[in-house]
Ligand binder design. Structure first.
Ligand SMILES: Cc1cc2nc3c(=O)[nH]c(=O)nc-3n(C[C@H](O)[C@H](O)[C@H](O)COP(=O)(O)OP(=O)(O)OC[C@H]3O[C@@H](n4cnc5c(N)ncnc54)[C@H](O)[C@@H]3O)c2cc1C
Length: 449
């Protein structure tokens, strides 16, 4: 009976499992979905913003796959030095790596290490209750925050900084983060891009949402927007970008209102230094840029400083190497041919990749579905050769012998129940458990293991 391991239970891992069991092209296939965390769903649980309930509810679709008879969720299993890829290949017929690309890119400017300067990833992990998150309080004592970058994640963190307690209460955000954000005195949030509005990667829906936040004013500067040739003459822009530009134009034309919080959208500013004051972040120094006529920007030598006590950089994600698996540091991905892992340029039998670690951190959740399908098509094509070997035992027996103590589906269900119970005690809906001990206690309490 073919037994495949999928490493990672984010969208790409779950879509891979779904393709494997649905296509019927690998008869009697069994799929183990391994994840280093005791909880499934990857960035759908630990990245998608808590106030985006509709997108979060995609977890229900992913759940039906992991709940399938032929699919087994094995949480708390980290592939790495203690359980290397070579060992997995002994235990399974094939292994599909869907480990994501959750490391953040650096700005490479002085002051980046100052207290108060964080990656958006750190902030997201904290409000999403990732058990590895560091709890810095982030917004304590902060009146002005700067998010560097104008992509989807920058919009998320900007919005979360501007949300009030009443809007956060119905989310599943962990209580400690909710308490801190509810007491936040942040008044101004700057979201700053080094290029122009016609090059920003947020969607019109995300952009418009910023103007729907209660008691929050979105501020744009007409003089800055008009630096962008695409803003001055949007006719040639793709429709989605043109819509963004039109939204910004309508905001620029509005009279300013008084509001408790302001979101400032700034463009053509490139960070050159995180400024220190009293041993921590006191602001960001930017160089004004200008379009270079080739679709990029060039420095102008003019500078501007924005005073701030919190800086969140959101300039992209990248994959991290997994020991024992090839890695291309240039692209931050695993080299592959239609999803087949390449070792030294040669296909490595039985090893595959899908999702962000295969194609880089781009696209929406749904993009991972065709990506996983392509990989599974390759695996199915290779199946006659790959599934030939006899497995000595159920791979789980081998994993246990290797010292692994997985959290299985019942354990995960127990975590969900514990989160519902926690929410009840707090007068809220389900509330996420933010630490390893709490998660494992909940999971193991269930199985009595
Ligand atoms: C902050 C943020 C917000 C986002 N919001 C949206 C949104 O609103 N809408 C949208 O469409 N897309 C959104 N995305 C994009 C979306 O989350 C990704 O497209 C998707 O999660 C990528 O799927 P993946 O399976 O490749 O990686 P991931 O979702 O990152 O899953 C990887 C999984 O692998 C596990 N893993 C990693 N290393 C190991 C290991 N060594 N051993 C075992 N397991 C391991 C991880 O624990 C994780 O569960 C967002 C992304 C981010 C970063």
């Amino acid at each position: 009976m073919p037994h495949i391991a999928v490493v990672g239970s984010g969208p790409s891992g779950v879509y891979t499992a779904q393709s494997l069991v649905q296509q019927g092209s690998v008869p009697d296939v069994r799929v183990d979905v391994l994840d280093r965390l005791p909880c499934p769903y990857g960035l759908v649980r630990y990245g998608v913003a808590p106030d985006h309930e509709k997108i979060k509810s995609l977890q229900n679709n992913l759940r039906t796959v992991l709940h399938e008879d032929r699919v087994r969720f094995l949480g708390g299993v980290e592939v790495g030095p203690a359980l290397p890829p070579a060992k997995l290949l002994e235990l399974y017929h094939a292994v599909v790596y869907c480990v994501g690309a959750a490391a953040d890119r650096r700005l490479g400017v002085p002051g980046e290490e100052l207290p108060g300067s964080w990656s958006a990833t750190d902030f997201v992990a904290w409000y999403s209750a990732h058990p590895d998150a560091r709890d810095d309080g982030f917004v304590r004592g902060v009146r002005t925050a700067v998010a560097i970058g104008v992509g989807n994640v920058a919009v998320d963190v900007t919005r979360m900084l501007a949300r009030g307690a009443a809007e956060l209460l119905p989310t599943d955000m962990p209580q400690a983060a909710l308490d801190v954000l509810a007491a936040s005195e942040v008044r101004d949030v700057y979201m700053v891009g080094r290029r122009g509005p016609s090059q920003a990667r947020f969607t019109t829906k995300e952009l418009r949402e910023l103007a729907t936040l209660p008691d929050t004013e979105v501020v744009v500067e007409e003089g800055e927007l008009t630096l962008d040739p695409g803003y001055r003459d949007p006719v040639a822009l793709p429709a989605a970008v043109r819509r963004n530009v039109e939204v910004l134009r309508s905001w620029a034309a509005r009279p300013r209102r008084d509001a408790a919080r302001r979101i400032h959208l700034r463009f053509f500013l490139r960070p050159v230094e995180i400024v220190e004051g009293g041993g921590r972040v006191a602001g960001v120094r930017f160089e004004r840029t200008a379009p270079d006529g080739l679709g990029g920007v060039t420095g102008t030598g003019r500078h501007e400083e924005i005073g701030a006590q919190l800086v969140l950089r959101s300039v992209g994600y990248r994959g991290v190497p997994l020991e024992g698996l090839p890695f291309d540091p240039g692209s931050g991905t695993v080299p592959h041919l239609a999803g087949r892992v390449l070792r030294g340029g040669v296909v490595s039998p039985g090893e595959y990749v899908a999702g962000w670690i295969k194609r880089g951190p781009t696209g929406v959740i749904g993009t991972n579905r065709p990506c996983a399908k392509e990989t599974v098509a390759s695996l199915i094509e290779d199946a006659p050769a790959v599934v030939r070997k006899e497995l000595a035992q159920d791979p789980l027996t081998g994993l246990l012998a290797a010292g692994v103590r997985p959290v299985e589906w019942d354990g995960w269900r127990a975590i969900e129940r514990a989160e519902t119970a926690l929410g009840l005690t707090l007068g809220r809906g389900s509330v996420k458990i933010p630490d390893w001990a709490g998660l494992l206690d909940a999971a193991r309490g269930a199985s009595g293991a």
